[in-house]
Design a protein around this ligand. Structure first.
Ligand code: ATP
Ligand code: MG
Length: 227
């Protein structure tokens, strides 16, 4: 049985810069299911991050529809969207976006502090340490982002994305700064999450990524095809 969690229908995204219109997403139609690990490949500038931004509900399409768990997201107000983002989506950003004024463990606590399903601060603290341990950074909990290497920051970002037990995990080049062993570990972790009935959507240029994914999609000049 198909277990569709996110549905894109005729999605178009155009960036306007001065007189130029850039068609970043050109009529995307696809269903994403729970329990599957999707890999999106494609050359630089083909629209992969743009697609992830839309799936993460942090940017809007110019036309088309995004259906999340049978709800058209255009019917949701900004408060409802923020709740959905926080509780259901874990986003591993290409640029990390860690809060530079917060220590590693505090960065991971943030999504849980906003989430009304967590009320106990001790529990939140304990979970942030557990997640740091999961990405091999238990000894770096008190470091601020600038005191961490690029790969360590990336792993804090991964831990933060998992904090609220999201149904959907969006990972934009999650291993771009990692060595081969850490990369393997993260790919396996994402695969395991998909097997626990999450929907994992990963953009990666790594040649090894194909060995982990259930579905491979290629973005080519704003068009998405299954390969
Ligand atoms: N905020 C923006 N304003 C204008 N143009 C943008 C913006 N963001 C992206 N673009 C353009 O849209 C296209 C798609 O960009 P996108 O970031 O989605 O590519 P990508 O596939 O993620 O590339 P990469 O592999 O380098 O990360 C590119 O041509 C890019 O220059
Ligand atoms: Mg990108």
């Amino acid at each position: 049985m198909k277990n569709v969690v996110l549905k894109l229908h005729n999605i178009k995204k155009i960036y306007k810069v001065k007189d130029e219109n850039i068609l970043a997403l050109d009529n995307i139609n696809i269903d994403f299911e729970l329990g599957k690990f999707y890999l999106i490949i494609g050359h630089s500038g083909s629209g992969k991050s743009t697609l992830l931004h839309l799936l993460g509900l942090i940017d809007n399409a110019d036309s088309g529809e995004i259906i999340f768990n049978d709800n058209n997201i255009s019917n949701l107000n900004s408060k409802e969207l923020a709740k959905l983002r926080n509780e259901k989506i874990g986003y591993i950003f290409q640029e990390f976006y860690l809060d530079k004024y917060l220590k590693a463990y505090e960065n991971i606590m943030v999504p849980m502090l906003i989430n009304k399903n967590f009320s106990n601060k001790k529990e939140i603290f304990k979970r942030s340490l557990l997640l740091l341990d999961k990405v091999g950074l238990e000894k770096r909990k008190n470091h601020f982002p600038k005191q961490l290497s690029g790969g360590e920051q990336q792993r804090v970002c991964i831990a933060r994305a998992l904090a609220n037990y999201p149904d959907i995990i969006l990972a934009d080049e999650p291993t771009g700064n990692l060595d081969i062993n850490n990369e393997k570990y993260i790919f396996n972790l994402l695969k395991e999450l998909a097997s626990e009935n999450k929907c994992v959507i990963m953009v990666s240029h790594s040649s090894d990524a194909k060995n982990y994914a259930d579905v491979i999609l290629e973005m080519d000049n704003g068009r998405l095809k299954r390969i």
